[in-house]
Design a protein around this ligand. Sequence first.
Ligand code: GDP
Ligand code: IMO
Ligand code: MG
Length: 427
Amino acid sequence: MPASLVVGTQWGDEGKGKIVDILAEKAHMVVRYQGGNNAGHTVVNDQEKYEMHLLPSGVLYPDTMAVMGQGMVIDPWALIEEMEGLKKRGVSIENLYISDSAHLVLPYHILLDKLEEKLRGTDKLGTTVKGIGPAYTDKAARRGIRMGDILHPQRLKRSLEIALRYHNQVLKKVFHESCVDLEELLAKLLDLGEILKPHICNTSLKIAQNWEAGRHIFFEGAHGTLLDIDNGSYPYVTSSSTVAGAVAGGAGFPPGNVDEIIGVVKAYTTRVGEGVFPTEEDSSTGDKLREAGGEYGVTTRRPRRCGWLDIPLLKHSLRINGADWLALTKMDVLSFMDEIQVATAYKLDGEIIQEMPTDMEKLERCEPVYEFLPGWKQDLQHIREYENLPSQAREYVKFLEEKTHLPVKLISVGPDRKQVILRGGIG
Ligand code: GDP
Ligand code: IMO
Ligand code: MG
């Protein structure tokens, strides 16, 4: 099976990092293809906890190549900090390849993210304030600075001149902020270029060469489908394409060559930041879910909003991604519940609908129609065989399979790498 892809099916934080870490054990190369350090992926192994923001989760395996594709936006300071942090813990990052075409997140993007959120006032998006939106804006406006530029002083100076011609006007005239000093930024970036130089290359070629040699390539999606710029809850989304198909542009990998797409589904739903959330449980039950699941952002430490599993939303997401099978995470978190709710349809203006509307005003008006499943009231964290799960937990899995018409081949029952139940020939 030479190419696999993991994608988040909800609003992010489904547990993608853990799933990639488990499945990538046999992969030769793990590739991130979109987003930046707005992502926060947690891997727990042998009692050690790692939080990755930019580096693919597979980087923890010593022989696995880690690739950062051209669809990413990379804050070079944050990247070096993450690389240094891992090195200090004995993780080798020699096998790291960074696309020369990936765009940079620069300090003025972070400042603009902050200023733009402030300008929106009560209509703020609740971004991670990592400069992601402004960096992707510059990319689309064709004034972005790319990784390859920081290896060439003259080229970098020219690109910065063009970018700052625009940004210094905006900073000064719109936001009354001080201008960015070109020479100072240029010098800093050239220094960073020296550190990153051994890693910067044509990554799509590197991926193709390894794929042609029959090596297993693993693509790690960041964020979640409902945060996708085109298919998510716009405008409360991130600024990249987060769906499986984004691998084509973001890694330069032909979509037809992806053999399996794995949709990661959390056993309930969470979201960070503002925006519609039909099954949100803004109550003491939501608070209990947050505490039981440790639902606090990896990137911003914000408390995550919590609610029930939402089948119409999942159907939308799984259709767009073309998922082949599901990895169900955080089943153990539901163990405290007597009864578990799952939204199986919505009521919109008095009518029952099965599909999630893509018109966000309509989605705001949707009331979830719930079915109630019995809880299992038992700790699941020590269970490794599907047959040993309590019957109510197996019923929950079966319910999800029936509603989505997809097999659940992996069930995660705790944060640790080992806390997993594999089904259907995986592993
Ligand atoms: P990602 O962004 O999708 O990689 O997910 P995050 O790392 O942001 O959030 C998932 C959180 O849940 C992390 O703290 C993980 O360690 C933890 N986690 C992952 N799978 C499980 C699980 O099955 N059970 C429990 N209790 N925690 C899990
Ligand atoms: P992982 O990969 C959860 C959310 C932010 C905000 C919106 C826009 O860990 O699942 P941005 O900074 O991207 O412009 O913020 O998107 N967001 C995430 N929420 N998990 C993530 O990543 C997210 N990445 C962005 O909270 O609502
Ligand atoms: Mg996360």
